[in-house]
Design a protein around this ligand. Structure first.
Ligand SMILES: C[S@@+](CC[C@H](N)C(=O)[O-])C[C@H]1O[C@@H](n2cnc3c(N)ncnc32)[C@H](O)[C@@H]1O
Length: 315
């Protein structure tokens, strides 16, 4: 009987201590051994009794387990269990145990500190090897509402599309070049493809109705656009009131090899001038942002201009 088990659990002072300690922190057996100063076999035996009574449960942490009190869960005798735990929580933890618990928790942090002090100079490479270099972008998009309609103007090869399709239910990718649209379609397979529709169009003719988009992105596109102010007007038209514009652009530059290689129309933009053009197109809250993670030319065989992001809002 679980009820008997609960009463039995509370008859033993070590089990009462274990509960008290676990109410402070989830711990592994060896950590409990340090805090309680009891042999491992004793701690394990008492943990077994507490688990059978449903007062404690364990979760696997790799090859070991950590133990925690079970509170607020339905099941037989959940009222009694919660009362026992509430009572245990009111009991003061003796100072030596408190101090050993603090030591155990500090040593968790010092293990981690010791590791990172060893790998500080290698960490970026380890991080990228293990997880890639863009997962934080995925995470940041989680801050944006998933029901947004997002337009990727000049989607090109669809570099942004996996990220956008993962977060947003409705993504419209527009490009004037069939070959680019084909590569974009190829890039998106399975579930992600269901969230994206492709349109052949240009920045000045997006084939999207008025007031449709929550976010309009033009990444590395405006310097190809014959008449940038007309493109800004088109972005304004398709955005909902309150919708956001995100432009990623090259800084104004004089790098002729780069310009020739990329066949750009414009040699980048002065960010303040582009901000003014956004305002003239009706946008407010226009702000330019450095893109400091861009490291042009370091890896490339050619000097490339820096990039900046420009954001605005349709009032
Ligand atoms: C440098 S790629 C950028 C692709 C993508 N946005 C990215 O960030 O990787 C430029 C793309 O803009 C497209 N493009 C060129 N002129 C355009 C225009 N007037 N309107 C919309 N897209 C245009 C090109 O076909 C090309 O696919």
């Amino acid at each position: 009987m679980v009820t008997d088990g609960i009463f039995k659990s509370m008859t033993d002072p070590i089990r009462r201590r274990i509960l008290q300690v676990l109410l402070q922190n989830e711990l592994g057996v060896s950590e409990l051994v340090c805090v309680l100063g009891a042999p491992q076999s004793t701690v394990s035996r008492h943990l077994k009794t507490l688990r059978e009574a449903g007062l404690v449960d364990a979760r696997q942490n790799g090859t070991s387990a950590t133990y925690f009190p079970v509170r607020g869960q339905n099941g037989p005798d959940h009222d009694l269990r919660d009362r026992v735990l509430d009572w245990s929580a009111t009991q003061e933890l003796p100072a030596p145990l408190r101090s050993r618990l603090d030591d155990v928790l500090r040593s968790r942090q010092s293990d981690s500190d010791a590791f990172f002090s060893q790998v500080a100079h290698r960490w970026d490479a380890m991080r990228t090897d293990c997880f890639g270099s863009a997962f934080h972008l995925d995470a940041l998009t989680a801050l944006l509402p998933s029901d947004w309609t997002v337009v990727d103007v000049g989607c090109g090869t669809g570099y942004l599309l996996p990220l956008l399709a993962q977060r947003f239910a409705n993504v419209i990718a527009v490009d004037p070049v069939d070959e680019m649209l084909d590569v974009s379609r190829e890039r998106l397979r399975g579930e992600a493809a269901k969230h994206v529709t492709f349109r052949k169009g240009s920045a000045t003719n997006l084939h999207i109705d008025d007031n449709q988009a929550d976010l309009c992105i033009a990444s590395l596109v405006l310097h190809h656009e014959p008449v940038p102010p007309d493109a800004l007007a088109e972005f304004f038209r398709i955005l909902k009131h309150g919708g956001r514009l995100l432009i990623i652009e090259q800084e104004a530059h004089t790098l002729s090899d780069f310009h020739e290689m990329m066949q750009d129309r414009w040699w980048g933009f002065d960010r303040q001038e582009l901000c003014n053009q956004l305002t003239l197109a009706g946008f407010n809250e226009c702000e330019a942002h450095d893109l400091q993670s861009v490291a042009p030319a370091k890896a490339a065989s050619i000097d490339a201009p820096g990039l900046f992001a420009l954001t605005g809002r349709k009032p």
